[in-house]
Design a binder for this molecule. Structure first.
Ligand code: ZN
Length: 287
């Protein structure tokens, strides 16, 4: 299994365009910017899939050699996109894939697919430019992908985007557990709301777990903010990681308010004790 981490920031990225807070100012000064949450994954190094499509997608694709079209071709190794939610920072990039030459599949749960055909009509918009194959993903069902990659969605929370009007369902936000022919396992969970036993089962036997690092603390954006926004803060997930040793843990989806996003943050020593680190833009993983 080959993985390239394309983007590691929450919505808005780091720094945010209209923010002069200490963290954004530091990121500007030190060049430690992060683009928005996106992952590329392949079971065989030839057929690639994105997990989420960030607003920064074009720049991210241009920086990933394995996603470039073979010289002289109009072909792309990109076979599809799996969505973990309908949030704008996970879906705006779909519009940048409108030139796809007809082989693109988009995997989403039923409420996410519905939102992307009504409230934010990406589906009808893309249909004017390209042939997109929308496929509904159901939690606990395994989806076979090209290159002997398999993906299983795991329901994480009922948190839906602010723009969406659909009813509450437990699969508005999901994680994916990927496996390849050799048995490598990677879990991608940028929207982890709670350290449930279901999530413990999901990461059981995983080699690498990329998980929600939106906030360092529960009240980073005001009392109760992390829970309200559907993100388990690092201070609450770290004990869970320590209780489930085995995988290599990497935090991703870091908000601009999160000090752990900066390489010199002292909290990183605590992460290391739990076999955890912080993912970086462009990071390559081979499992
Ligand atoms: Zn800021």
């Amino acid at each position: 299994m080959k993985v390239r981490v394309l983007g590691t920031a929450a919505g808005g990225g780091l720094p945010q365009w209209n923010c002069g807070c200490p963290s954004c100012t530091k990121a500007r000064a030190e060049g430690t910017a992060r683009t928005q949450d996106c992952l590329a994954i392949s079971g065989d190094g030839r057929a690639w899939y994105l997990v989420n499509a960030s607003p920064d997608l074009r720049t991210q694709l241009l920086g990933a050699p394995e996603l470039m079209p073979p010289e002289g071709s109009r072909d792309s190794p990109l076979r599809g996109v799996l969505l973990t939610s309908a949030e704008l920072d996970h879906t705006l990039g779909l519009l940048s894939l409108r030139e796809a030459a007809g082989r693109l599949a988009i995997y989403a749960t039923q409420p996410v697919r519905a939102a992307l055909h009504a409230d934010f009509p990406v589906g009808p918009l893309l249909a004017s430019y390209s042939t997109v194959d929308w496929r509904v993903v159901r939690p606990a069902e395994t989806v076979p992908l090209e290159g002997a990659l398999r993906a299983t969605a795991v329901a994480l929370s009922a948190k839906r985007p602010r723009y969406a009007t659909g009813r509450s369902r437990p699969d508005w936000t999901v994680a994916y557990r990927f496996t390849d022919a050799a048995g490598a396992v990677l879990v991608y969970a940028p929207g982890l709301a709670a350290p449930t036993t279901a999530f413990a089962d999901t990461i059981d036997g995983a080699d690498v777990v990329l998980l929600d690092g939106t906030f360092a603390t529960a009240a980073e954006m005001g009392p109760g903010s992390a829970t309200r926004m559907g993100h388990l803060p690092i201070e609450e997930s770290l004990p869970f990681l320590r209780a489930h040793p085995g995988p290599r843990y990497l935090y991703t989806h870091l908000n601009n308010t999160n000090p752990v996003g900066h390489p010199d943050d002292p909290r990183r020593a605590l992460l290391a004790q739990a076999n955890a680190g912080v993912a970086t833009d462009g990071q390559v993983l081979e499992l």
